[in-house]
Write a protein that binds this ligand. Structure first.
Ligand code: ASP
Ligand code: MG
Length: 404
């Protein structure tokens, strides 16, 4: 694709050590031969972010979020400086910049800040001088002048936000896989790379467990119509384009089956069936900054009802604290938790116009004696929560049944 400005993002595994950083520098040089302006966004080296978080946990059970951001944001600064040095060593003028220098302005939500505005004035100045600009991913600066981070995997969002601000031709996400797959190949051996997929489908995939892109980055890309090209950092194989639906001609009914083993199910039992109970419960969880995923309220029996929802296992402790306090005040009978669940999701824009997809999914699960605990749908996806032990079979069998 002809281009004048491209933002490339390299993830942690692509810059895990010095040899890999040099490899990235070579790839950037190759890109620079064909493209006038190249901006590179980097993640922290390998598992640095996990290691830093681990250090914090050795000190306190609940690290202050501001300090956590100060700590985690250092990871990306190491990789940006090393990559800029590697580029210079190869004869390419380059300059590294932090989120603050790039003017990635965010709200004050430490550890999961949202981008409000990207200035990029200095990036443009440096590009005009012929330099490659290397930007620290995952970090920004809040309206109060504090360093913030954008949530795990946030370098993708940095890259997309910069691509939007700079009106880049596209944003290339260079990673340790060759693109977006129809399922996780480690679970479904027949899984294969998808050539093109729409923002909407990718968004559903990211939200339901596909790890290749951070959800928020896809949302951002859709909102600003930034085409994404997901490809490997280690070879030249063609990757996956993520674009607006209008630009995708041929498309299958079902694009992919995703899985997520990282959630837990919470059930509030015997909630009085009167206005306000759900508002109280979810209001308090929202105040505690807990993201709720699926929600199901059962048909009420004897003026009481059960409300089940799923949350990330990481948030389970917070959920316990908040909801156990609330049980009394909303007059519910109790709470139960289940962290041995798997959420399996079929994603496909073709579902909108093809009946019978849900029926096919339920039948496949039934034929494999897999019990469904929760169901939720959107116009282009169907998710079922099943027992964790059935998760992999469900993925494999659905991939087979829908001929992906
Ligand atoms: N280093 C951060 C993380 O591991 C951000 C990123 O990799 O995108 O979550
Ligand atoms: Mg990472």
């Amino acid at each position: 694709m002809e281009a004048t400005l491209v933002v490339q993002k390299y993830g942690g595994t692509s810059v895990a050590d010095v040899a890999k950083i040099k490899n990235v520098a070579k790839r950037v040089l190759e890109a620079k031969k064909k493209i006038d302006h190249v901006v590179v966004v980097v993640s922290a080296l390998g598992d640095t972010t996990d290691q830093l978080a681990g250090l914090a946990c050795q000190i306190t059970k609940s690290p202050p979020e501001r300090e956590m951001d100060m700590l985690l944001s250092t990871g990306e600064q190491v990789s940006m400086a090393l990559l800029a040095m590697a580029l210079k060593e190869m004869g390419q003028e380059a300059v590294s910049m932090t989120g603050q220098q790039v003017e990635i302005l965010t709200d004050t939500g430490h550890t999961r800040a949202k981008i409000r505005h990207v200035g990029a004035r200095r990036v443009i100045q440096e590009l005009r001088k012929g330099k490659v600009v290397v930007v620290a991913g995952f970090q920004g600066v809040s309206s109060e002048g504090e360093i913030t981070t954008l949530g795990r995997g946030g370098s993708d969002t940095t890259a997309v936000a910069l691509a939007a601000a700079l009106h880049a031709d596209y944003c290339e996400i260079c990673t340790d896989v060759e693109g977006v797959f129809t399922a996780d190949p480690r679970i479904a051996p027949d899984a294969h790379k998808i050539d093109r997929i729409s923002f909407e489908e990718m968004l559903e995939m990211a939200a339901t467990g596909a790890k290749v892109l951070q959800s928020r980055s896809v949302e951002y890309a859709r909102n600003y119509n930034v085409p994404l090209y997901v490809r490997s950092s280690f070879n030249e194989a063609p990757g996956t384009w993520v674009k607006s639906e209008g630009e995708i001609m041929e498309r299958p009914i079902i694009s992919a089956v995703t899985h997520d083993f990282s959630e837990a199910k919470v059930t509030v039992i015997g909630v009085p069936d009167k206005p306000g109970a759900a508002a109280d419960l979810f209001g308090s969880l929202a105040d505690a900054n807990v993201n709720i995923d699926m929600i199901i309220q059962n048909v009420s029996d004897h003026a009481r009802t059960d409300i089940s929802f799923t949350v990330s296992k990481e948030d389970l402790q917070k959920v316990k604290e908040v909801s156990e306090k609330l049980v009394g005040s909303i007059g519910a009978d109790g709470i139960s938790y289940d962290d041995k669940i798997a959420r399996i999701t079929l994603v496909g824009a073709g579902m909108r116009t093809h009946p019978g997809i849900a029926a096919g999914m339920f039948k496949t699960l039934a034929d494999n004696k897999i019990n469904i605990e929760m169901i939720s749908t959107s116009p282009i996806k169907i998710s079922c929560v099943v027992g964790m032990e059935d998760g992999e079979t469900a993925v494999r069998e659905l991939h087979k049944y829908f001929n992906l």
